[in-house]
Write a protein that binds this ligand. Structure first.
Ligand code: FEO
Ligand code: CA
Ligand code: CA
Ligand code: CA
Length: 514
């Protein structure tokens, strides 16, 4: 057995080898239950579990580790939900409606039965769908502004990738690649690309927080500054995009519960400048000061003349809505697809997955670690290192979602795109996987493979129960290269008689208390 420090969650496990099998493979002694899969009925109203399962968050009911609500993000649809697209590329009305319905989020109630098997309780009064037609309240600087058509509400959420849990036990869910769905459905683009907030126990609570910026949001990681304000770290999953943090104006007060959510409506958005080691404010004040200079030259990636930019950036609402360009103007450093971000519970350092960027030859990606000045998440200066690089030596490629366990191990899933699986320089990695990377101790920055994903899928949304006896994990887009429904390239989860592959959420068991 390969060991790293004995720890409660993973104990010692025998790392598995890369695999091409159409199975979710785990180390010896571990097993999984399929908790919910695409199109399963989730409640008595007959609502269906969505597609493209990504982020998971578990909320105990009455403090239980074996009964609670599970929130799951639904990122996108594919042939298994909407069927084949016509040869002319045109979607039917029915396909557009299905596309809106099967994205968004699911809240389901789950429990572990007397045999230890995780199951869904479809009689739940909390179970519900949030989808492309669910109305959301806009908050923050863009609410009611010209750039969103003076809207105070937005219709629906989609492209929900990863997310995060707030200190007041709500979920922040991130709208990532929203343009295609919005354009096909004729919805205004500026209503999407935000961070949305839902309360798993209160179906009426639905917000889009514009103060956190509009871009291709991957996830959120919430922490506290030394003086008690809220910090939210965020990645923009695009080639040559930036890393952000939002710092609230007011201080967090635990006794106020969900009312702390107002902190996400007023604060300062910063972008990381990796050359100066400074967080630059992405504000109307900063942008207009730079644009006021007659010799202003737009940095690479920002389109338009100075006059056009002056017209585009007339308010903080404009700045948060056109966030990527504003960030470049104030000196944000373009990076290689910043995806998931997690704050170490041990030392307040910040880990960022930079998945890859083939336009710069960063084929296998890396995980960056930020050290905030004086270890204060509110600092405006930082240093950083490449904590681990993808490639043959580390054994993984294209890191994506991250999760910490209480022993300081970073759990890392990979996102090699399905079209590259088992080809060229990606060959040795085979299917995508889940890796455990200790962040301290003798095995620091070594990647040990814990799971191998089914064919043409990626593992997403790792999330532990509070006692760390169960790990929830999504299996996203198995068989996504399928072009003929009669010849699916994957049949995961291999339910008897089921002719298609289904994404879904599994509960992994077998963790031994140390
Ligand atoms: Fe939806 Fe960046 O992965
Ligand atoms: Ca992702
Ligand atoms: Ca993906
Ligand atoms: Ca991804």
């Amino acid at each position: 057995l390969f060991g790293f420090e004995t720890n409660k969650v993973s104990g010692y496990f025998e790392p598995i080898e890369p695999s091409k099998e159409d199975l979710l493979l785990l180390p010896k002694g571990y097993q999984y239950d399929v908790v919910a899969a695409f199109d399963d009925v989730i409640n008595e109203a007959g609502e269906k579990f969505g597609q493209g399962s990504d982020y998971n968050a578990f909320f105990p009911i009455n403090g239980s580790n074996t009964h609670g609500l599970l929130v799951n993000n639904h990122e996108y649809t594919n042939i298994f939900s909407i069927g084949p697209i016509a040869e002319n590329g045109k979607w039917t009305q029915e396909q557009i409606q299905k596309d809106l319905y099967y994205q968004g989020m699911s809240v389901i109630e789950i429990y572990q039965d007397t045999d230890g098997v995780w199951k869904m309780d479809t009689s739940s009064k909390h179970a519900r769908r949030i989808h492309g037609s669910t109305p959301f309240e806009l908050t923050g600087p863009a609410r009611g502004s010209a750039v969103v058509g003076y809207a105070t509400q937005a219709k629906g959420t989609f492209a929900n990738c990863s997310g995060g849990v707030t200190f007041w036990k709500t979920v922040l869910s991130c709208e990532e690649n929203f343009s295609e769905t919005a354009e096909r459905a004729g919805l205004p683009l500026t209503h999407y690309g935000w961070v949305v907030e839902i309360d798993p126990f209160d179906g009426s609570y639905l917000k889009k927080h514009t103060a956190l910026g509009r871009f291709n949001h991957e996830n959120t990681a919430m922490g506290l500054t030394a003086d008690g304000r809220i910090v939210v770290y965020m990645g923009d999953d695009k080639k040559d995009a930036c890393v952000y943090k939002f710092v609230s104006a007011g201080k967090y007060e635990a006794s106020k519960g969900r009312a702390n959510s107002a902190l996400l409506e007023d604060g300062t958005l910063y972008v990381a400048n990796l050359k100066s080691g400074k967080w630059a404010p992405v504000t109307y004040e900063a942008v207009s000061k730079l644009l006021a200079k007659s010799d202003f030259k737009a940095p690479a990636g920002v389109k338009g003349t100075r006059d056009e930019l002056l017209a585009r950036f007339g308010s903080q609402g404009d700045v948060v809505t056109n966030c990527h360009e504003a960030a470049l103007i104030v000196g944000g450093t373009p990076t290689d697809r910043p995806e998931d971000i997690e704050i170490s519970p041990f030392d307040n350092t910040v880990f960022i997955s930079h998945t890859n960027n083939d336009s710069h030859g960063n084929i296998h990606g890396h995980i960056t670690r930020i050290f905030e000045k004086d270890n204060d998440l509110g600092a405006t200066e930082f240093d950083f290192e490449i904590f681990i690089a993808g490639g043959r030596q580390s054994g993984f490629s294209s890191p994506d979602n991250l999760a910490f366990d209480s022993s300081g191990n970073l759990w890392v899933v990979t996102d090699i795109s399905s079209s590259s699986h088992n080809k060229g320089v990606y060959k040795t990695f085979q299917n995508n996987g889940l890796f455990v990377v200790p962040t301290h101790g003798p095995a620091k920055a070594e990647a040990l493979q814990f799971a191998s994903a089914p064919v043409e899928s990626e593992l997403t949304g790792p999330f532990f129960t509070p006692d760390e006896n169960t790990l929830f994990l999504s299996v996203q887009h198995p068989g996504e290269m399928t072009t003929d429904l009669n010849k699916p390239t994957s049949l995961w989860p291999h339910r008897p008689g089921d002719p298609i592959a289904r994404c879904g959420v599994v509960a992994i068991r077998g963790f031994k208390l140390g």
